[in-house]
Design a protein around this ligand. Sequence first.
Ligand code: FES
Length: 362
Amino acid sequence: MDTKVTPSASLPVDRTYWNPDVDNALLCIDVHQETHDVKTFTFVSRDGKHIAFSAGQYFAFDAGPHGDMETRCYSISSSPLRPNAISITVKRVVGGKVSNWLHDNLAPGAMVQANGPLGQFIRPARLDQKYLFLSGGSGITPVMSMARELADTALPVDVIFLHAGRSPGDLVFRRELANLATRLKGFRLYFLPETLTGEASWPGLSGRISRDLFQLIIPDISGRVVMCCGPAPFMAAARKISAELGVPTENYIEESFDGAAIEDPPLRIIDQAEHKSFKVEFSKQSRTIDVAPDQTVLSCAKKAGVKIPSSCSNGLCGTCKSKLASGTIDMKHNGGIRQREIDAGFFLPCCSRPLSDLVIDR
Ligand code: FES
């Protein structure tokens, strides 16, 4: 039989790719309710470009009420092997301005501004690598992207995926993960609800992560690369247990956006004559604070109660990006700002120290 295969008209040919240096407009094409307080938003590039990224990376979204937008970082939950669209999965946070705005307002057809992909939470991709994916709550998104990527490659894997949540009803991607575990060889899945509220019967584990639990279900943890994302207490416990059970530091990789990493310079006696502080004015908030030359603008602003949105506190995510109206700074960023933004007068307060008095447009 002579069978001719013709390319589908819907398959892209010579597709151009999203350029993080110039592209920032995303069109929402789908909203999906995952759990009672978690939604997945799917976007395509406004002009149909494919978006290349690594599983574990994130976008910094500018979103919120008109005239009062803020920047928040959301990890991509979709597979990088399906680059025609990206998805983020957002939990509604009590009092969270951006998460609530997204849940209540973002609908298919809406455009949003987003910078990315950003971030270094990327798994070492050796073919024979054994992994432990550990996630708590909505921290599942970057490791879900990794799991989906591994499923899409259709190659053999050795993955233990342990996902913890408040209750069975809070376990994001529960059905999809269970389905994936039934067909992806070498993929072992454990759900760990803390309580069994709302579930008539629960056949599996419950409680919190512990050394005993890890020894029971991950006896070979010391030979695995651990990729961990979740709330700070969850990650602190996971880090401690993993180290106790022999996971080398370089094989323990974690992601956090809780801003806990703002550095506090060590307390020391300052010779005022030698180390004068600079005046840093936040023009929109009518506030002026003192910042020493060895302190970052963000750490001092936070202590003084000046409002600057922030996330990574490490020059990575771009969340704190601000306009410098006057003055000079010493900025050591990690990719969270583009050269054209610096040329336009923007800077990242989280990784910038003053070299003069400053006026900041915030
Ligand atoms: S808070 Fe992430 S770059 Fe400043």
